[in-house]
Design a protein around this ligand. Structure first.
Ligand code: HEM
Length: 417
C-alpha cells in the first residue's frame, strides 16, 4: 500500500516529543516532495502531539478532526488572504492576474460579500438540482469508458475529461474549447500549492488567457443567453444578480477550476486506493449499492485538497478547547483530520462500508464545498462503472503526483485495462 511509505529521517531532533519536533514535522510536510506525495506517515506522527501543533511561521497547524470541524464553523476565524500574500512579498497581489482571479473568489471572502455571492450560485448546486444531472453524468461516464481501452493515461482519458465535461456543460464552456484548459487551469491553480515567483509567473500567463476567455464568453451570453450557468450569472431569471462584470468572471473561473481540478484528484486518488485494496474494489464491483459510502471513504482516505490556509483569529479565542491568539493564522490539514485515530477506527485502512463521522474533505461551515453533491455524484457513478467495465484494470507505473500538498492528485497515471 502506498500509505505505508517510510518517512525520510528529516526530523532528527534531541527531543522527538517536544514542540520543536512537531514544528520540524510541519516544515518537512511543507517542503519535502516525497512526504507531500504520501503525507500519511507524517500525519500519524503529528497526531501524537495532539490536535494542533505550531508551524514554522507561528501558524496553528490543526490536525485533529474535532478541532478542524469546529474551526471551519467558527465565524471568528476569518479569511485573511491579502495579509498572507503581502507577507509573502506580493504587496501588488491585486495586480497579479493569477492571484487576483483566485484569491478574490468566493472561497476567500468573508461576510457580507461572501453571503451575497454565494447566494447567487448556491441554487444551481442543491442536492435536488444535482440529482437531476444523474442521466447526463451516466452518459458522460459511459462515453469516457468507451474510449478507455488498452494502455493509456487514466488522468488524460478519464479523471480529467469526465468532470470537465460535466462542469463544462453546466457552465456552458463550448466542447471544442475545453481541452486547452487542462494545462491552463493546472498552471493557474499552481498558486494554491506554491507561491514562489516561477509558479506565480506561469500562473499569471495562464490566468490572463482564462480571464479573457471567460470575459468573452460572458459578453456572448449577455448578448444571447443560453440555458447554462454562465447565462444565469449574467442574465438571471429574476433580473439582476448584482454581480459586476469582474465578479462574473471570477465566479465562473472558480466554478470552472474547482469543478474539475479537485474531482480529477478524487477520481485518480480513488482509483489508486481501490487498486491498492483489491478486496475493497471487489466489493464495490459486486455490491454497487455501496457507492455512496465508498465515495465518502475514498474522499476521506486520500483527500484531493489536503489543507486550507488563511483563516485567522479575529480575537483571542478558544475553539474546541484550543486557545488561538488574536491575529494567529491557522492551517487546517483536512487530510490529517481524516486520519484522526480518536475519531476513525483503523484510520489508515480503506473500508468502503465505513460509517460514522463524515470526512473533512469538503470543509464545513459557511465555505462548505458548493460542488460537493456534484463531485459525489460523479464519483458514485464513475467508480462502480469503471470496476465493472474493466475487472483487470491496473496501473502500469506509480504515476506522477501533482507537485505540492494542497491540491493533491495525479497529473499522470498510466493504466492498462
Ligand atoms: C472531490 C471534489 C472536491 C473537493 C475535495 C472540494 C473541496 C472543497 C473544500 C475543502 C472547500 C472549502 C474551502 C474552505 O473552507 O476554505 C471547497 C469550497 C468550494 N468548492 Fe469544492 N471541492 C470539490 C469539488 C467541487 C466542485 C465539483 C465544485 C463546483 C462545481 C466546487 C466548488 C467549490 C466552491 C465554489 C467553493 C467555495 C465555497 C465558499 O467559499 O462558499 N468544488 N471545496
Amino acid at each position: 500500500m502506498r500509505t505505508t511509505t517510510t518517512m525520510k529521517p528529516e526530523a532528527t531532533t534531541r527531543d522527538e516529543t517536544g514542540p520543536q519536533a512537531a514544528t520540524e514535522l510541519v516544515t518537512a510536510l511543507l517542503g519535502d516532495p516525497e512526504i507531500q506525495a504520501d503525507p500519511y506517515a507524517a500525519y500519524r506522527r503529528m497526531h501524537a502531539f495532539g490536535p494542533a501543533v505550531t508551524g514554522p511561521g507561528g501558524e496553528l497547524v490543526i490536525i485533529g478532526y474535532r478541532l478542524a470541524n469546529a474551526a471551519v464553523r467558527d465565524a471568528r476565524l476569518t479569511k485573511q488572504v491579502g495579509q498572507m500574500l503581502e507577507r509573502m512579498g506580493y504587496t501588488d497581489w491585486r495586480s497579479r492576474p493569477s492571484l487576483r482571479l483566485f484569491f478574490t473568489s468566493l472561497g476567500h471572502l468573508n461576510p457580507p460579500e461572501h453571503t451575497r455571492l454565494r447566494r447567487v450560485v448556491s441554487g444551481a448546486f442543491t442536492a435536488r438540482r444535482v440529482a437531476a444531472l444523474r442521466p447526463a453524468v451516466e452518459r458522460i461516464v459511459a462515453d469516457a469508458l468507451d474510449r478507455l481501452s488498452g494502455g493509456c493515461c487514466f488522468v488524460d482519458e478519464f479523471a480529467y475529461p469526465v468532470p470537465v465535461t460535466v462542469i463544462g456543460e453546466l457552465l456552458g464552456i463550448p466542447r471544442a474549447d475545453r481541452p486547452m484548459f487542462q494545462t491552463l487551469v493546472r498552471d493557474w491553480t499552481g498558486v494554491v500549492n506554491a507561491q514562489d515567483p516561477t509558479t506565480v509567473d506561469k500562473a499569471d500567463a495562464a490566468a490572463v488567457v482564462i480571464r479573457d476567455y471567460l470575459d468573452d464568453l460572458a459578453a456572448q451570453r449577455r448578448a444571447r443567453p443560453l440555458d447554462d450557468l454562465m447565462s444565469a450569472l449574467v442574465v438571471p431569471a429574476d433580473g439582476d444578480s448584482g454581480l459586476s462584470a469582474e465578479e462574473v468572471t471570477t465566479m465562473a473561473g472558480l466554478l470552472w477550476a474547482a469543478g474539475f481540478e479537485t474531482t480529477t484528484g478524487l477520481l485518480s486518488n480513488g482509483l489508486v486506493a481501490l487498486l491498492d485494496n483489491p478486496d475493497q474494489a471487489d466489493r464495490l464491483r459486486t455490491e454497487p449499492w455501496l457507492a455512496e459510502s465508498a465515495v465518502e471513504e475514498l474522499v476521506r482516505f486520500d483527500a484531493p485538497l489536503q489543507f486550507l490556509f488563511a483563516r485567522t483569529a479575529e480575537e483571542d479565542m478558544v475553539v474546541a478547547g484550543q486557545p488561538i491568539a488574536a491575529g494567529q493564522r491557522t492551517m487546517l490539514v483536512l487530510g490529517a483530520a481524516n486520519r484522526d485515530p480518536g475519531v476513525f477506527d483503523e484510520p489508515d485502512r480503506l473500508l468502503l462500508d465505513r460509517s460514522g463521522e463524515p470526512p473533512m474533505s469538503f470543509g464545513g461551515g459557511m465555505h462548505y464545498c458548493l460542488g460537493a453533491p456534484l463531485a459525489r455524484l460523479e464519483a458514485q457513478i464513475a467508480f462502480p462503472a469503471l470496476l465493472r467495465a474493466f475487472p483487470k484494470l491496473s496501473t502500469t507505473s506509480p504515476g506522477t503526483r501533482r507537485p505540492g500538498l494542497a491540491l493533491h492528485g495525479y497529473i499522470r497515471l498510466p493504466i492498462s485495462t
